[in-house]
Design a protein around this ligand. Structure first.
Ligand SMILES: [Zn+2]
Length: 421
C-alpha cells in the first residue's frame, strides 16, 4: 500500500478529485447539436432563475415589465442589483464570480461589457471543451422531455449523438397531469383515453418504448410535489404501478424521483417562482417495498427529508439517493447532507449532480461542491485514521469515483437482485 503520510489529507483528496472524471447525473443542458436549447454565456448566467428570484428582493420594477425586457436588459438589471449595488455573496452570485474567474476573466473589473465582448468572440465548440475540462466532467445527463415540442423536433429529425451528453426520459405530464396530456398523445398517434384499460396501457407502453428507442435513456424521471404519496390507490398510482414501473422493469431502467418541489407558489416570478415542501419518504419506502424489481433514484428538496431518505436507503438496496438539489445546493447544506450520508450509508450513494441549466454553470457548481467534499470527506478519513485505519491514495480515488459516477452507473446497469425467476 502506497503511504502518503506527509501530505495533508485535504490535499490528497483535492489531488484525486483533479484526476478523476465525473459523471454529472442530472442537468438541464442539451447537446450542442440541439442548437439554441443549449444555453451558455454571461447573459444566460445572469438571468438564471436562481438570480432572478434574488434580484427581485431589491428591484422595484413590476414582474411583467421585467419579463417583457430583452435577455440582455434583464441581465443588466440583475448585474446592477446583485453585483454592483450589493456584494454578490449568495451561493448563486458567487457562482457567477467563480465561473468567470476560472474562465480567465477578471470579475473584479466589474465590467459587464468587457465580459460580453469576450463571450462574443468565443466558439461554442471550444466553450464546451473548456467548461467540461474545468468542471472535471466526462459527461452530463440531460433532461429530455417527449412532451416538449421544441425538443422533440430535434429527436424526430434524428440527432447526431454526442457521447458527452447522455439522456434521461422525463415524464412529468404523464404521471402528474395525465388528463391534460391525452390530447397531445392522441395528436402524436397514440390511441389513449382517460381510463387505463389494457388497450390504453398498451398504447402508453408503445409511446414510452418509441421514446426509449429514440433516446436510449439512462433512466426515466419525474419531479414530484410534496403532497405526492404512495399510500392509497389513486389514478396517479395506477399510472405508476400499471404503466411506468412495469415499463422501467421491462427496459431495466431505474425510475428517478425528485421529491418536494411546489410549482409556482409565486406565478409572477415565472420559472423562479417554485418553492419547497416536505415530502413523504414513507411513500418512497412503500414504493421500494411494493416494487422490489424496480430501482429508484431519489433526491429530496427539503432539508428535513434528508435524514429519513438516508434511513430508507439503509432498508432498501433498490433505493439510490443522489445529489444536493436546487435549494440544498448551498455550502451549508452540501456539507451537512454529505456528512449525513457518509455516516449512515458509507459511500453507497451519488454525492452530487449539478442541475445546471447554463453550460458555464457546471464550472462553479462542481468547483463549489468539490470544496465541500474536501472538507467533509477529509473529516471522515481523519476520524478513521485516528481510530486505527489507513487510507491509500488509490483508495481515495476509488471512493471518489464511486460517489461521483460509478455507483450510479452500477445502479443503472444492475440486474434486479429481487427478480423471481
Ligand atoms: Zn433539475
Amino acid at each position: 500500500m502506497k503511504k502518503n503520510l506527509e501530505v495533508p489529507i485535504e490535499t490528497r483528496i483535492g489531488n484525486a478529485l483533479n484526476q478523476i472524471e465525473i459523471l454529472d447525473i442530472h442537468t438541464h443542458l442539451y447537446a450542442p447539436s440541439m442548437g439554441k436549447m443549449l444555453l451558455w454565456g454571461i447573459d444566460e448566467l445572469l438571468v438564471y432563475h436562481y438570480l432572478v428570484a434574488e434580484a427581485f428582493r431589491w428591484m422595484n420594477i413590476p414582474y411583467s415589465k421585467f419579463f417583457a425586457l430583452s435577455k440582455s436588459e434583464q441581465a443588466q438589471y440583475i448585474w446592477n442589483e446583485l453585483f454592483l449595488h450589493h456584494s454578490p455573496i449568495s451561493e448563486s452570485c458567487r457562482g457567477v464570480i467563480t465561473t468567470l474567474n476560472m474562465l480567465g476573466l477578471d470579475p473584479r473589473k466589474r465590467d459587464l461589457e468587457l465580459i460580453r465582448k469576450w463571450y462574443a468572440e468565443r466558439s461554442l465548440e471550444e466553450h464546451v471543451d473548456e467548461t467540461f475540462a474545468l468542471a472535471g466532467l466526462k459527461a452530463v445527463v440531460m433532461t429530455n422531455s417527449p412532451f416538449d415540442r421544441e425538443e422533440t423536433s430535434y429527436w424526430e429529425k434524428g440527432l447526431q449523438q454526442d457521447p458527452r451528453f447522455l439522456t434521461a426520459l422525463r415524464i412529468d405530464p404523464l404521471l402528474l397531469d395525465y388528463g391534460n396530456t391525452i390530447a397531445y398523445l392522441r395528436e402524436k398517434g397514440y390511441n389513449v383515453a382517460e381510463a387505463l384499460t389494457q388497450e390504453v396501457r398498451d398504447e402508453l407502453f408503445r409511446f414510452l418504448s418509441d421514446w426509449a428507442d429514440k433516446l436510449n435513456p439512462l433512466y426515466l424521471m419525474v419531479s414530484l410535489p410534496p403532497e405526492f404519496s404512495y399510500q392509497v390507490e389513486t389514478s396517479r398510482h395506477k399510472m405508476l404501478s400499471k404503466v411506468i414501473l412495469p415499463f422501467c422493469r421491462e427496459r431495466g431502467l431505474p425510475f428517478a424521483m425528485m421529491c418536494g418541489v411546489t410549482r409556482a407558489v409565486n406565478p409572477q416570478l415565472c420559472l423562479a417562482g417554485d418553492s419547497v415542501g416536505l415530502s413523504s419518504i414513507t411513500s418512497v419506502e412503500n414504493l421500494c417495498r411494493n416494487f422490489p424489481e424496480n430501482r429508484f433514484l431519489v433526491t429530496a428538496l427539503s432539508r428535513e427529508n434528508q435524514h429519513s431518505l438516508c434511513v430508507a436507503a439503509r432498508k432498501f438496496r433498490n433505493l439510490h439517493p443522489f445529489g444536493c438539489w436546487w435549494f440544498t445546493n448551498i455550502p451549508t447544506l452540501m456539507d451537512e447532507i454529505s456528512t449525513l450520508r457518509f455516516e449512515l450509508l458509507g459511500l453507497s450513494f451519488t454525492a452530487q449532480h449539478s442541475d445546471a441549466r447554463v453550460l458555464d454553470q457546471i464550472i462553479y457548481k462542481w468547483t463549489h461542491f468539490k470544496e465541500s467534499l474536501i472538507l467533509t470527506l477529509s473529516e471522515k478519513y481523519s476520524a478513521l485514521e485516528a481510530s486505527g485505519w489507513e487510507i491509500s491514495d488509490e483508495e481515495i480515488s476509488r471512493d471518489l469515483q464511486d460517489i461521483l459516477g460509478r455507483n450510479f452507473e452500477q445502479f443503472c446497469s444492475k440486474e434486479s437482485s429481487e427478480k423471481s425467476s
